[in-house]
Design a protein around this ligand. Structure first.
Ligand code: ANZ
Ligand code: ZN
Ligand code: ZN
Length: 829
């Protein structure tokens, strides 16, 4: 073995050999338990960043350990390759999106290879490849066939400068996340997936996911936003036209002092037509279009409104209340109309005070009074109904049911469940996405592209004009087609799909990535699904995970897959920080993975990433930390190199003969035990690595303290082989090289994960200090790691202790395992 750790040579060497030997290729093997380890696939932006390195290092350790533990491990990688940046590159720099994307993929694939991640590259997929998006289109058609894809006119967040539709999350403080232009609302005909049909199942089934972080489940729950209440029908004074409102508080119905419509409510124009209110109201409505839904409902946002001149009739008491419009009421939620109860809703309260609307209290504390005029904030707690006609004296929770039942009996309302979740808008007026496979025919209407005609290919050489329309619109070869039904002239849909559609099923495609006949093969999906461990950033906690869950449930209902949830366990990794803030281009605090790998090697980079913090926590970048990991690997190298030759010769039984031998032997097994528990039960890779470091220290202690001729080479050989084996998932290249140096023939990555020997652990003893009421009374030799109950039992059994405790009552026993026992006792009464 070379004396020097030469990562520059060994890393590429092993990457080539693993690849050539198909070390990480898998096929279905019914004889082995399977494990599907998946990291969120990256967008091919061009270069790996530290977030990727972290994500993939964590995933690789999990995959490698599972393999060593006898699982048949599927560990694939691919590219979430459609999306805006490619199109922007085309607009700004004239590079065709396909070319830009494929060259980025090539570069990132090379970088991933250089990290030595154990992917089955045979299964690589790219969502922008026709072999992939053909099936994305096919899945769209299945959604359409089952009534889950539909078209409607919808108000969207529109950035006039980017000329594109933005998701709510892409709107920050009312402005476009990318260019900071104020976002406006605009109506467009668009395609939707009916995810709301799955709202209840998406919510309920969260309970089937104990392996997901609670915070993610809570975010999903809030996003679905199930709310129970009632629909109450108000009528317009004069015309008698009905305006249903949605409320969670029918118990406050007697406290309504005004009504509010969303500015986009279809009645607004009608109510004001021909009145002096028409113009100012129209102006207000126009302005509201510039506010995103998020901003309009933010609690700290100033509430703005305007009287429409019309009045509504309260169905329970016939009272006339003014109808307003206000920015804080959204058309997309409930019915787009709200009954204003300023006494018991804080937003209504602020609105009423601002515009001098009356405040009428109808719920009072059980033992107190409440006067609407004197209130300084809404009273939102539970209480007793008053000022409420026949319901006076009813506790308000019961009142919710009673008022709802009463409304039902008079035909003025009904119980209703409402969800915050909206249908998924999947249309994008963009080129670089999967074309929506639909055709418009003047005679037949909307006609789906026949399945056998898929894929609808993206044309090349399109023109990019900043108009806000899909560039496909200007591509007559694409647009002009014939109707599959009547063979007459027809037009293709020019919208492409949201890239979240592509990423909602890629985990299924990995199970049969080359199939030309199907999106995925049922038997392969049945073998591999669910994903046993999914790993990725918490930024995908809501949308991607929700959409992937929705797809899986829909496909289950179509009879295409046998599981209802895609991801059994989820690990959300923390961020990589530098000087306390997230590494990002805009902050200029990026550390390039490529440079680190170049300078220290991939093993050091991986080891540092895993050592610096537990996976769920944020990780603070540290140059010294990297340096320290590099030094550690050098230390391992020198240790193994110094023994390699000698231990290759030494075989036979371990022949443990003295204290030093036993100590090393015990340390090895204690390390195996700890590392196994840390990685398997808790993903505590950082403490696992530090245990491995301790083992290396132990080996050096042995080397330094035992004279050379007396060193037990059979034992040292055993220790070093095991050391290298448990190091392998973390630092795979150096481990492989050292393994060969120690005489290993096959790859270390094919080794079984070592088992610890309980006999070795039992042999390790510790001295326990025994106290009574804090005074040291005894010392006991006990096996290390003895459980609390055993220690208590043992201590009380000692003759000496029994004598000292005679006539006393043991109140409690405090145990610090492996160190101390304190018996708290007092005179028996
Ligand atoms: C009267 C009332 C009285 C309300 C009261 C609350 C407290 P969640 O729980 O989120 O479902 N609301 C209904 N539709 C709305 C819309 N389109 N835009 C803005 N607000 C809307 O909230 C339901 C409550 O939010 C409803 O109950 C309604 O105000 C308001 F003491 O009705 B409530
Ligand atoms: Zn913009
Ligand atoms: Zn036709």
């Amino acid at each position: 073995m070379e004396a020097r750790y030469n990562f520059k040579e060994i890393e590429p060497k092993w990457q080539r050999r693993w690849e050539a030997g198909d070390l990480y290729r898998v096929t279905e093997d019914p004889g082995k338990p399977k494990f599907y380890c998946l990291e969120m696939f990256p967008y091919p932006s061009g270069n790996l960043h530290m977030g990727h390195v972290r994500n993939y290092s964590i995933g690789d350790v999990v995959a490698r350990i599972k393999r060593m533990r006898g699982y048949n491990v599927l560990h694939p990688m691919g590219w979430d390759a459609f999306g805006l940046p490619a199109e922007n590159a085309a607009i700004h720099r004239g590079i065709p999106p396909a070319q830009w994307t494929w060259s980025n993929i090539a570069n990132m694939r090379r970088q991933l290879h250089a990290m030595g991640i154990s992917y089955d590259w045979e299964r690589e997929v790219a969502t922008c490849h026709p072999n992939y998006y053909r099936w994305t289109q096919w899945l769209f058609l299945q959604m359409y066939k089952h009534g889950l894809a539909y078209r409607k006119k919808a108000a969207v967040n529109w950035c006039p400068s980017c000329a594109t539709v933005l998701a709510n999350e892409q709107v920050v403080d009312g402005a476009c996340e990318r260019c900071h232009t104020p976002v406006m609302r605009k109506d467009l005909e668009q395609w939707f997936f009916r995810i709301t049909a799955y709202a209840d199942r998406l919510l309920e089934d969260l309970q089937q996911l104990p392996g997901w972080p609670d915070k993610v489940k809570i975010m999903q729950e809030n996003w679905i936003g199930k709310s129970t209440g009632a629909e109450v029908i108000f009528t317009v004074a004069g015309s008698g036209q009905e305006i249903p409102v949605y409320t969670t508080r029918p118990d406050t119905l007697y406290g309504v002092t005004y009504m509010v419509l969303a500015p986009e409510h279809p009645l607004v124009e009608e109510l004001t037509a021909g009145t002096p209110y028409a113009d100012p109201v129209a102006e207000f409505v126009q302005a509201a279009r510039y506010l995103s839904a998020l901003d309009r409902t933010a609690t700290d946002k100033e509430k703005e409104g305007l009287f429409t001149g019309a009045y509504a009739i309260n169905p329970v008491n016939g009272e006339r209340v003014p109808i307003w419009i206000a920015n804080y009421v959204l058309m997309e939620y409930g019915t787009g109309a709200v009954m204003g109860v300023p006494a018991h809703d804080q937003r209504d309260f602020e609105f009423a005070r601002k515009y001098n609307l009356p405040v009428k209290a109808v719920i009072r504390p059980a033992d107190g009074e409440l006067d609407g005029a004197a209130m300084t904030a809404a009273y939102v707690a539970d209480g007793v109904m008053f000022n409420s006609g026949p319901f006076d004296g009813v506790p308000n929770q019961a009142g919710i049911r009673k008022v709802t039942a009463y409304l039902e009996s008079i035909g003025k309302g009904k119980a209703r469940i409402n969800y915050r979740l909206r249908d998924w808008l999947i249309s994008r007026q963009r080129y670089w996405g999967a074309p929506i496979p639909m055709i418009y025919c003047d005679r037949c209407g909307i006609v789906p592209v026949p399945e056998e005609d898929l894929p609808v290919l993206l044309p090349e050489g399109v023109e990019f004009r900043p108009t806000g329309e899909s560039p496909l619109t200007y591509c007559p070869e694409f647009v002009q087609t014939t109707c599959p039904q009547c063979s007459g002239p027809a037009r293709r849909e020019t919208d492409t799909m949201d890239t979240f559609v592509c990423s909602s099923w890629y985990f299924l495609r990995y199970t049969s990535p080359h199939s030309q006949e199907q999106a995925f093969k049922r038997d392969k999906v049945d073998y591999w699904m669910n994903v046993d461990q999914y790993i990725g950033g918490v930024e995908h906690a809501i949308l991607h995970l929700m959409y992937a869950r929705f797809f899986t449930k829909a496909l289950y209902d179509f009879g295409l897959v046998g599981v209802e949830e895609p991801f059994q366990n989820l690990l959300t990794q923390g961020m990589v920080l530098k000087e306390g803030s997230k590494m990002s281009k805009s902050k200029g605090n990026i550390v390039s993975p490529e440079e680190i790998i170049d300078r220290y090697g991939a093993d050091t980079a991986r080891l540092f990433i895993l050592f610096a913090a537990p996976p769920e926590r944020d990780l603070e970048w540290s140059d010294q930390g990297v340096e320290g990991c590099y030094r550690f690997l050098n230390r391992v190298w020198r240790l193994v190199a110094s023994y390699a030759e000698a231990v290759r010769q030494a075989g036979g039984p371990l022949g443990i003969k003295d204290h030093a031998d036993r100590e090393l032997w015990c340390l090895l097994h204690a390390t195996i035990k700890k590392v196994t528990a840390d990685v398997e039960e808790r993903f505590n890779f950082n403490t696992a690595i530090s245990a491995i470091m301790e083992l290396v220290n132990g080996c050096y202690r042995y080397q330094d303290s035992v004279p050379e001729q007396e060193q037990n080479l059979a034992l040292m050989g055993e220790v070093l082989r095991k050391l290298v084996t448990i190091l392998a998932p973390f630092a795979p290249h150096i481990a492989e090289e050292l393994w060969q140096g120690l005489g290993g023939r096959a790859s270390v990555h094919l080794e079984a994960w070592p088992q610890y020997d309980p006999a070795a652990l039992a042999a390790e003893e510790v001295t326990l200090v025994v106290q009574i009421n804090g005074k040291v009374r005894d010392r006991l030799q006990v096996p290390a790691g003895l459980e609390r109950e055993k220690i208590e039992e043992l201590v009380l059994k000692q003759d000496k202790m029994a004598a000292l405790l005679a006539g006393q009552q043991v109140v409690k026993i405090i145990v610090v395992p492996d160190k101390l026992v304190n018996v708290v006792a007092r005179r028996a009464s």
